[in-house]
Design a protein around this ligand. Structure first.
Ligand code: NDP
Length: 255
């Protein structure tokens, strides 16, 4: 059974892999044997993440990428191929939020969030697709959110982007099943990262509301995202495609 979860010889690119959920997933896949390409804008954070992964015995490298720039996304995939010999796993994780009600968000803010969270997943997946075909298959893991399911007054662009991720996942899963490429989404609950520490500072009472609303009774950690990443990246999930899987301590099922 351990072979079902074995990622030895596989190459994974993780956008936003230099911290938070992306790094948690990268660590899991590295422990299962994958070579990791950390892709983010901040060179220092990228290097620190690579050092962490290498410290655990992994093969890892980084590439500076703004996922809103198509050419940089193409360079990211080319880096994986040239440096590590190919591309098997793409985690579309880079994401941002702008917290404003729908009557106040500007078109520029809306566009930035939609581009970063949703359009980038399309662009990176499209560029990765021929490389995965060359390898005889692949795995795309898109990161959604509880906002893929629920609404909230302050997340117009974020919720629209994360709802879109679920539908885009189904489309790619359908189109690429014939190529042995499985495409799934992960919907994290409230995970303790830089993104949510900002939210906790800005939204009074958020920390305790999450604790009381989450059946598991705690915030998630980036480490909690490692297992689902390994599962969706490995042969264990070869007949799982188009799914959106909550990893949320039960948040989505509490009535
Ligand atoms: P972090 O803020 O810790 O990480 C976000 C990552 O995205 C960083 O590595 C950042 O790197 C990268 N990033 C942001 N914009 C860009 C860009 N334009 N180009 C390349 N990289 C970019 O947040 P999380 O780890 O919490 O979030 C990761 C994903 O998980 C996001 O999609 C988020 O929406 C989602 N999520 C998070 C939840 C949570 O509770 N934390 C819950 C549900 C979903 P850099 O700044 O170096 O570019």
């Amino acid at each position: 059974m351990t072979r079902a979860f074995d990622l030895k010889g596989k190459v994974a690119v993780v956008t936003g892999g230099n911290g938070g959920i992306g790094l948690g997933m990268a660590r899991g896949m590295a422990e299962a044997g994958a070579a990791i390409v950390v892709a983010g804008r901040n060179a220092q954070k990228n290097e620190a993440a690579v050092a962490t992964l290498k410290g655990g015995g992994a093969t890892a490298s980084s590439v500076i990428v703004d996922v809103n720039d198509e050419k940089q996304c193409a360079a990211m995939v080319a880096h994986a191929v040239q440096r590590h010999g190919g591309l098997d796993i793409l985690v579309n994780n880079a994401g941002i939020n702008v917290r404003k009600p729908p009557h106040e968000i500007s078109v520029a803010e809306w566009t930035l969030v939609l581009n970063t969270n949703l359009t980038s997943a399309m662009v990176c997946s499209q560029i990765a697709y021929p490389e995965m075909k060359k390898r005889g298959g692949g795995k795309v893991i898109n990161i959604g959110s509880m906002m893929s399911i629920f609404g909230a007054a302050y997340t117009p662009a974020y919720a629209a982007s994360k709802g879109g991720i679920v539908q885009f996942t189904k489309v790619c899963a359908t189109a690429w099943a014939k190529d042995n490429i499985q495409v799934n989404a992960v919907l994290p609950g409230w995970i303790d990262t830089e993104l949510t520490s900002n939210a906790r500072r800005e939204v009074p009472g958020l920390h305790d509301r999450v604790l009381s609303r989450t059946p598991a009774g705690r915030w998630g950690t980036p480490q909690d995202m490692a297992g689902i990443a390994v599962f969706l990246a490995s042969p264990a999930s070869d007949f799982v495609t188009g799914a959106s899987i909550p990893v949320d301590g039960g948040y989505a099922v509490l009535g």
